[in-house]
Design a binder for this molecule. Structure first.
Ligand code: DAH
Length: 343
């Protein structure tokens, strides 16, 4: 019997080495530990053995069963993980990266650094359980302003110079905060989601300002959510993005859709404090707009400037490089490329 146990162990090892499919793993499991499998057969034979031997071999058989079950379960979950990785990878598939679409002579292609950092941010937030939502670039007065407690004639409107359409109702969204309103239309707390996307401001450009840039909105509503939760998420986010320890601090600020409103600054290695994001606890008026009872739930929201984050991470001196279309600029990000495509 000792020999047959060793034989089962050997064949299990070999079978697992051969990168079996899900079906093969399930039939291996059936063959070894299924009702009519090899192990139950051996267990049946124990009866005919002397006491001493039966005890020793019985223990061995039980631990062999455990080993078989665990290693097959592990192999199955690895397969599942690989399938999920592949699926996620595919959902990022960019057709322009496929060789067949490439003109002859182009040897490689990469993602724009903004796309790269957006993908990283989405991955970090997905891991923290956030959904990823989208919203239209062309918004209306209600979603961009009114529902966010920014009524007409409110001075806060001046802070966000707006590209209006001729109907004076539609506009190019000035921030991603509208996604808070849209996302909550078909959701109930507890919720957590992010809304990354492009925004537009009718502004003069300079080194730090462009007429269009990317923001990432975040919203988290649950029972007993406090500023402490907000600070935890902010710190985790920065440490992931910069892959180093960071310190954060808050400053009071004003945004009509949060109360209190805060600005979070960050620094690395005792260096200079840099302003990173606007945030705060969701204003009761906004809670009302999104149909959430503020006496039962609380939540935080934040808006992160994605371009700024990128400028900081790579010490880029002018935001306008990002949309310049200058290949000499984007090629510097080869470290972040997903690999060249042979023609
Ligand atoms: N929407 C603000 C802006 O564009 C950023 C912002 C601040 C978003 C505070 C938020 C927030 O969600 O809570 O300047």
């Amino acid at each position: 019997m000792q020999e047959r146990i060793a034989e089962i162990q050997r064949s299990l090892g070999e079978a697992l080495q051969a990168a079996p499919s899900k079906e093969e793993l399930l039939s291996l499991k059936q063959k070894l530990v299924g009702k009519k499998g090899e192990l139950p057969a051996l267990l049946g034979e124990l009866k005919s053995l002397a006491d001493e031997e039966r005890k020793a071999l019985g223990g061995k058989l039980q631990s062999l069963r455990k080993e078989i079950e665990q290693s097959i379960a592990h192999a199955l979950s690895e397969l599942e993980r690989a399938a999920m990785d592949e699926k996620l990878q595919k959902s990022w598939d960019d057709p322009s990266r496929r060789g067949s679409l490439f003109a002859r002579g182009l040897t490689d292609a990469g993602l724009h650094p903004i796309t790269e950092i957006l993908q990283e941010l989405e991955e970090i937030f997905s891991r923290m359980g956030f959904e990823i939502l989208d919203g239209p670039h062309i918004e209306d007065n209600h979603h961009n302003f009114e529902a966010l407690n920014i009524p007409e004639d409110h001075p806060a409107r001046d802070l966000q110079d707006t590209f209006w359409f001729e109907d004076n109702t539609h506009l190019l969204r000035t921030h991603t905060s509208c996604i808070q309103i849209r996302g909550m239309k078909d959701r109930q707390p507890p919720v957590r989601f992010i809304g990354p996307g492009q925004v537009f401001r009718c502004e003069r450009t300079d080194q730090w300002h462009d007429f269009s840039f990317f923001q990432l909105e975040g919203l988290f509503i649950d029972r007993n959510v406090s500023v402490a939760n907000l600070l935890y998420f902010a710190q985790t986010l920065f440490e992931e993005i910069f892959q180093s320890q960071v310190e954060i601090r808050t400053r009071p600020s004003y945004f009509p859709f949060v109360e209190p409103g805060l600005e979070i600054d960050m620094r690395r290695d005792g260096g200079k404090w840099v302003e990173m994001l606007g945030c705060g606890m969701i204003h009761p008026k906004v809670m009302e707009q999104i149909g959430v009872d503020p006496t039962e739930y609380s939540g935080f929201a934040f808006g992160l400037g994605v371009d700024r984050l990128l400028l900081m991470r790579h010490a880029i001196e002018d935001i306008r490089h990002l949309r310049s279309g200058d290949l000499r600029f984007v090629r510097q990000f080869s470290r972040y490329r997903s690999g060249g495509i042979p023609c």
